[in-house]
Design a binder for this molecule. Structure first.
Ligand SMILES: [Cu+2]
Length: 163
């Protein structure tokens, strides 16, 4: 039995690495590991998180997004309000020059899919178009992952870039 177990393990490991690598390039803008968290049955919206970095001195501004998975996509930020964390829509998200902008579940910037066409289930993926003021549009694919898995995979990619 030992060789079979070994082969299964090897297959699992070799599949894991490429599946995690989700990177998209728009000129010198790098979009890393876009993921959305699953939507509970009675909730018709869901959040998308991604990392954006620029390699040059040219900043950019994320001005919008669209997807067939929902009627609209809003750009959101979060802030404490009277001791409660609340999210609100913003008209744009700045991507400063030579900077890494990270979005993670639990706070700060994210993209909000409003009026989902169907609930997002773990393992799903869907296309999303990002619109930048300077560099234009890019089509990406967003995976639906638990907050913990998405956070871990995004962190793993960041780690790999730094070393
Ligand atoms: Cu939101």
């Amino acid at each position: 039995m030992r060789p079979i177990i070994f082969l299964m393990l090897a297959a699992t490991l070799s599949m894991a690495a490429p599946a995690m690598a989700q990177e998209y390039r728009l000129d010198d803008l790098l979009i890393t590991h876009p993921f959305a968290t699953p939507s509970p049955p009675s909730v018709d919206h869901a959040a998308v998180y991604l990392d954006i970095s620029t390699a040059s001195e040219v900043p950019d501004v994320l001005v919008g997004a669209s997807t067939p998975a929902s009627d609209t996509v809003e750009l959101h930020d979060m802030a404490m309000e009277g001791g409660v964390m609340r999210m609100f829509s913003v008209s744009e998200i700045e991507v400063p020059a030579s900077t890494l902008l990270t979005m993670r579940p639990g706070g700060g910037y994210h993209l909000m899919l409003m009026d989902l066409v169907a609930p997002l289930r773990e393992g799903d993926s869907f296309p999303l178009t990002l619109m930048f003021a300077e560099r234009g549009e890019i089509d990406i694919h967003v995976r639906v992952q638990s907050a913990g898995d998405g956070r871990a995979d995004a962190g793993e990619l960041l780690h790999r870039h730094r070393h």
